[in-house]
Design a protein around this ligand. Structure first.
Ligand code: FMN
Length: 205
């Protein structure tokens, strides 16, 4: 897909109010690997992207803290079933709270194969992929910048976990995968390292 033709989806503004307290979400959070076949809504996708890397301040500061506000993380969404948008690979743009389609087609099975055939990645509605571009932080912080990027992915992933619980959905951290295959599937450049996959779906009752 050429850059000129890339579809851009402006997401619905996220809500900053919810029915569940942070304490209740912390108490209820569990790794969930079984999902039903229902699609996610665009509203839910909007909340999930915002929870991970959304902008919450006029200076561009985000939901998750970042060392020196250098933001080494990238966020991709691999869509299988979402109302209103087709299967494909999308990149989240914090500025403008939008998704840019970077590849067509349902890549969940390929991603599952790259993750030691973990079936939750095939069965989910979407997979959130967090990656790091270390160059954004090592210039200022040297090798310690790599550690900072790894801390930051944990912060962003926990934000996703808590938002998932508050939406009544399920997710799990998936850290076991082949880096290069995931890079190929997502069309990542070689200096972008995938760090975690988070399949998300409606919890099976
Ligand atoms: C860094 C990290 C990597 C993980 N990788 C996987 C994984 O590849 N597959 C999986 O099913 N669960 C994975 N998990 C989830 C753990 O198995 C889960 O958090 C643990 O069993 C505790 O259960 P809980 O999350 O419900 O409290 C991972 C968790 C973390 C923090």
């Amino acid at each position: 897909m050429t850059r000129e033709k890339r579809e851009v989806i402006r997401l619905i503004d996220p809500s900053t109010e919810g029915a569940m307290s942070v304490e209740a979400a912390l108490h209820a959070r569990r790794s969930v690997r079984e999902y039903d076949d229902a699609p996610l809504t665009l509203n839910e996708v909007s909340q999930l992207m915002w929870a991970a890397q959304g902008i919450t301040h006029p200076d561009g500061l985000r939901t998750a803290p970042s060392a020196g506000a250098l933001y080494p993380l990238n966020l991709h969404l691999v869509v299988g079933r979402v109302e209103g948008i087709g299967p494909g690979v999308y990149r989240y743009r914090s500025t403008g709270h939008s998704l840019v389609k970077v590849a067509e087609g349902d890549r969940r099975c390929d991603l599952a194969a790259a993750a030691l055939k973990q079936e939750q990645i095939e069965r989910c509605a979407v997979v959130i992929v967090l990656s790091a571009v270390y160059e954004r932080v090592v210039g200022k912080y040297g090798a310690r910048g790599v550690c900072y990027a790894h801390m930051e992915v944990g912060l962003a992933a926990e934000n996703v976990h808590l938002q998932v619980v508050a939406l009544g959905l399920g997710t799990v951290m998936v850290g076991a995968f082949e880096d290069e295959t995931v890079q190929d599937i997502l069309g990542m450049v070689s200096n972008e390292k995938p760090l975690v996959l988070m399949p998300v779906g409606r919890r099976r009752e």
